[in-house]
Design a protein around this ligand. Structure first.
Ligand code: FAD
Length: 375
């Protein structure tokens, strides 16, 4: 067939890169188009870097299945290629006795999803594990961990390049049209405009993935593909002996919106952060509002009683590409070949919010399976 590429991936975040590393093994000509000068300049570098275990998501959803498989695949990758990570473990802490029932429900839910190592622990056991954390009981998830997301992305990019994937940076997709043998893709790169053909397109454009679908002619409101931005801010904690923790510490989630609540994350340098919050926004703006310090302090003080107001400082922010409107409840990832919308070989990945980083290798394998039916 006479096209420039077999597969074009739009977006070089962790998802586009994982997909490139995997589908370039199918012996097809693969190209990745990214508008920034390098990979991982958006959401994939603005998150908690937690390897989630798969506790929260409803059974038989993509989020649940891809998270549980993705976690195992990620730890295997980390072991095989020496990628920096730590299986720290996580505690979901009940601050009040009426939250203990929710811990039991989360444990059952996690087990239905295939998370088999969850343990309910008492106040005394929790005090032994985390002397600075207050609560009446906790759910312990030993397989939750943290990973250096940049090293992971660099690994995926290297694998893809080894399989001859072409990376086009500073290249923004401005137009998409259906042609008899695939798609024509219009690119704006360094003040020049050009176009090329590809048999298949994989839309991994994160916060812009609904826009890319609309460029291909899809009505994103009719399809319910519109992305809503939800900003998550972080405050860093200046570590004091009385606020030191050894695990990731989460509160019991207060709604089924998918927001896990302000929690304590640790990175590989043992820097402690509070966050991310969840605020509906219309535009991409990564500044952290210092006036929110009071809210973070109040949220963290519940389970970290000796935290002082002066111990926390504004840090960074990320933006979730959410399909669910505020208060809409659970929405799953969209990962589908749009053949029934007369766009065969156009594969949309929309709403890849948390736990997208964890899911990345499993999403890549899922997309490769879809592609096998295209070629
Ligand atoms: C606050 C926060 C905390 C999170 N914490 C976790 C966590 O702890 N664990 C976890 O598993 N997940 C977490 N996530 C989710 C995870 O970060 C995302 O699921 C993942 O990074 C999504 O990757 P992506 O490649 O889809 O998107 P992105 O990283 O946003 O990449 C999309 C890319 O597409 C490019 N692009 C867009 N439009 C165009 C165009 N027209 N032309 C060319 N390129 C284009 C962009 O420039 C960008 O580089 C969190 C997310 C947030 C916001």
């Amino acid at each position: 067939m006479d096209t420039d590429f077999d597969i074009t991936i739009i977006g070089a975040g962790v998802i586009g890169l994982a997909v490139a590393a995997e589908v370039s093994r199918l012996r097809q000509e693969v190209c990745v188009v990214e508008r920034h000068e390098t990979f991982g300049m958006e959401t994939s570098s603005r998150n908690s870097e937690v390897v989630h275990s798969g506790i929260y998501y409803p059974q038989d959803t993509l989020k649940a299945n891809l998270c549980v498989h993705g976690k195992t695949m990620l730890y295997e990758l980390c072991g095989k290629y020496d990628l920096p990570h730590k299986k720290l473990g996580k505690l979901i802490v009940a601050s009040r006795s009426d939250e203990v029932q929710e811990l039991e429900r989360l444990k059952e839910n996690g087990e239905r999803n295939g998370v088999s190592d969850l343990i309910l622990i008492s106040r005394q056991e929790m005090a032994r594990l985390e002397p600075n954390v207050a609560g009446v009981a906790a759910l312990f998830s030993p397989s939750t961990g943290i990973i250096d997301s940049h090293s992971l992305m660099r690994h995926y990019e290297r694998r893809a390049r080894e399989n001859d994937t072409v990376f086009s940076y500073n290249a923004e997709v401005r137009g998409l049209s259906k042609e008899p043998e695939g798609y024509r893709i219009e690119i704006r790169q360094e003040k020049e405009t050009y176009s090329f053909q590809s048999r298949a397109i994989i839309n991994c454009a994160g916060l812009e993935s609904d826009h890319i679908a609309s460029l291909a002619g899809m009505d994103i409101d009719k399809e319910n593909y519109r992305i809503h931005f939800s900003k998550g801010e972080y405050f860093r904690v200046i570590r004091q002996p009385e606020t030191r923790v050894n695990h990731l510490i989460y509160p019991v989630p207060q709604s089924d919106s998918g927001w896990l609540g302000v929690h304590i994350t640790l990175d590989l340098q043992e820097q402690m952060k509070l966050g991310p919050s969840a605020e509906s926004v219309d535009a991409i703006d990564y500044t952290v509002n210092s006036a929110h310090q009071k809210l973070f302090y109040a949220a963290a003080k519940k389970y970290l009683p000796r935290l002082a107001y002066a111990d926390i400082q504004p840090d960074m922010a990320g933006i979730r590409p959410k399909l669910a409107k505020e208060e809409e409840g659970f929405r799953d990832f969209i990962i589908r070949n749009e053949t029934d919308k007369e766009l065969p070989g156009f594969i949309n990945l929309i709403g890849i919010e948390s736990p997208g980083l964890t899911c990345s290798p499993a999403i890549a394998a899922y997309v490769a399976d879809i592609l096998r039916s295209v070629f």
